[in-house]
Design a protein around this ligand. Structure first.
Ligand code: ZN
Length: 604
């Protein structure tokens, strides 16, 4: 054999070996997850998982009962069927279910176990799993089982999907349709989207970003790329560094889809096909995009105690979910405004809308943010939520805004919420335990030299009213009622929200302490007649137009199928819209506060 040729062969083999090494090295000892689509039309896939280094006689595999980013028990194990377990030689192993999300396998001394099962992936709107002929969206919490003792072990995911599909995830890609995760926690926080997509890859400074859209939609990739690049710079301004080198923005554009979930270095955002345009819709979408991106630091990099590390078997409690969600809600708009994605007017309109919505909720006097944080795992109906709870998002965002202003005021405008956020990132990004309320108050003391116990008691653990006039005045702003908007709305109110049902008007939400409440009406009552006139969806506006505030009227309605009549008082309708505008005479100080807050010049 020609010696030169031999050398070439040796060199080539060495090169091939070198190229294969990273994949091979990372896979040694890793648990191997394989998923192949069995019946796309009916959302079915076959999954097999190889577990190695098994040392015990019984081996328990589990599926989480909730998924990260959604604090609700979702009963994910209901999607598993045809469960089977084998040893390395393919001999079946005995197993039994020991609770709703755990399968106990008798290992018979086997060092490796292979588990097979079928997964039903049809939970698109829960952002858990969805398989059809165009894609597979896989959040591991609802798809891939794990073993608690091997949770920190590395693993590999190999997908068998149509060759035309491409697979994208925040996970490290080893080969086409193959990913590697350092451990199960990383896997559950890194959904995989495999299918036919629009994909854009770009870098901003050192970070690589991907925008992926599944489904048809009226999106403009250039606009998304441009705005995401702006968000990158605003996030860097606050947190100074990035806890990722690559990040994936996944969008699902589908019929009436909505909602989004944050993950470690990716997010899944769902919207309607036509949710990207016009401006009003895009405004909402980019707020959500910003919100999920903020979560990369706030909740993914640093987490409240109680949800760190995750317990996948049950609810994970914290009195700080309001900071995880509310502070992210405050920042989503603030980042967009600072970046120039929102105009200042749009930003202030959003704030005014939040103030109005919050002021209309009777629940603000009933429940504290800390209690609502704990209760985030409990569901209430719409009316009960309105009357007896506060939103960790809405009130959480407003209290974050107040906290920001308090830090500024007490530090002579030298410190603010950005500094607190940076310190939480710096001090707790590597913390296994997460941060507590006491930790936050300690940081606030360090930043301002002041004690925040009273603030906490009033606004976090208590239900003290927020003084929005004072808060706005700090920035040279004030609230004004939008009289033009009032003229377009009803001039009287009964304290209810109506909804059409089978031709009748149903009370969907009733204000605690409102007129309807005092008249004895309740949620789900069906209106029949007011002031002697039959009412329905078509004529209700006309009937109400002819009533006067402070007058009492007769009202007939069905309650539990029985016709009843009561007296009800019409009251003056609350403002339909608020505007936030500049104060008449702004001081130099107020102007400085405004400009350091929004990074824009103050203009009337
Ligand atoms: Zn969120």
């Amino acid at each position: 054999m020609n010696e030169n040729r031999n050398k070439i062969i040796v060199k080539t083999s060495f090169l091939i070996l070198l190229l294969l090494m990273p994949v091979y090295a990372q896979s040694i000892g890793s648990n191997i997850y394989k998923l192949s689509i069995a019946d796309a039309a009916h959302h079915l896939a076959d999954v097999s998982v190889e577990f190695h280094d098994i040392k015990s006689q019984t081996f328990v595999v589990k599926l989480p009962v909730w998924r990260t980013g959604r604090y609700e028990i979702l009963d994910l194990p209901a999607n598993i069927r045809k469960f089977k377990a084998y040893d390395a030689k393919g001999r079946p192993l005995q197993w039994q279910k020991i609770n709703k999300n755990s399968w106990q396998i008798t290992s018979n001394g086997a060092n490796s176990i292979e588990v097979h099962y079928q997964i039903y992936a049809n939970r698109l709107r829960d952002r858990v799993s969805h398989i059809d002929s165009t894609h597979a969206f896989l959040d591991a919490s609802g798809v891939f089982i794990y073993n608690e003792e091997q949770r920190q072990k590395s693993l590999e995911v190999r997908l068998q999907v149509p060759t035309a599909w491409h697979s994208v995830s925040g996970l490290k890609s080893l080969a086409k349709d193959t990913f590697w995760a350092a451990n199960y926690d990383q896997l559950v926080d890194s959904p995989i989207e495999s299918g036919l997509h629009s994909l854009r890859t770009f870098t901003v400074e050192e970070q690589q970003y991907q925008i992926l859209v599944w489904g048809d939609g009226n999106y403009d990739m250039d606009v998304l790329q441009s705005d995401i690049s702006k968000l990158h710079h605003q996030a860097k301004f606050i947190w100074k560094s990035f806890p990722f080198s690559n990040y994936v923005f996944m969008y699902h554009a589908g019929n009436m889809l909505r909602g989004a979930t944050e993950h470690v270095n990716s997010t899944i955002i769902q919207t309607d096909h036509f949710g990207f345009y016009p401006r009003k819709k895009y405004h909402k979408l980019i707020s959500v995009t910003s919100h999920e991106f903020v979560h990369t630091w706030n909740v993914k990099a640093y987490r409240p105690a109680g949800i760190s590390p995750y317990d996948y078997d049950k609810e994970n409690y914290s009195d700080l979910f309001w900071m995880a969600e509310g502070t992210s809600s405050y920042y989503d708009k603030l980042l967009a405004a600072r970046a120039g994605i929102f105009t200042i007017e749009e930003f202030l309109d959003d704030l005014a809308e939040d103030i109005l919505e919050y002021s209309h909720k009777p629940g603000r006097k009933v429940m504290s943010l800390a209690e609502s944080s704990y209760n985030t795992w409990l569901a209430n109906n719409k009316s009960r939520t309105h009357n007896a709870t506060v939103s960790i998002y809405l009130k959480g965002s407003l209290v974050s805004w107040l906290l920001d202003q308090q830090i500024r005021e007490l530090s002579n405008n030298n410190k603010n919420l950005d500094d607190l956020s940076y310190l939480l990132y710096k001090n707790f990004a590597q913390s296994a335990q997460g941060y507590s309320s006491a930790d936050v108050r300690q940081l606030l003391r360090e930043l301002t030299g002041h004690d925040f116990t009273e603030f906490w008691q009033d606004y976090v653990e208590g239900t003290k009213a927020i003084d929005f006039d004072r808060l706005l005045a700090y920035y040279g702003l004030k609230i004004e009622e939008d009289t033009a908007a009032d003229e377009e709305e009803e001039h009287i109110a009964f304290g209810w929200e109506l909804q059409e049902e089978n031709g009748l008007l149903k009370i969907a939400v009733i204000d605690a302490d409102g007129s309807a409440w005092h008249a004895g009406l309740a949620q789900d009552d069906l209106l029949v007649a007011i002031n002697g006139f039959q009412v329905n969806d078509d004529n209700i506006d006309k009937v109400l137009e002819n009533l006067q505030a402070n007058n009492t009227y007769s009202l007939s309605y069905f309650n539990q199928g029985q016709l009843k009549t009561t007296k009800i008082q019409a009251v003056q309708a609350p403002p339909a819209k608020l505007n936030i505008v500049a104060v008449d005479k702004i001081s130099r100080k107020q102007q400085n506060h405004f400009e350091s807050w929004l990074k824009h010049r103050f203009s009337k």
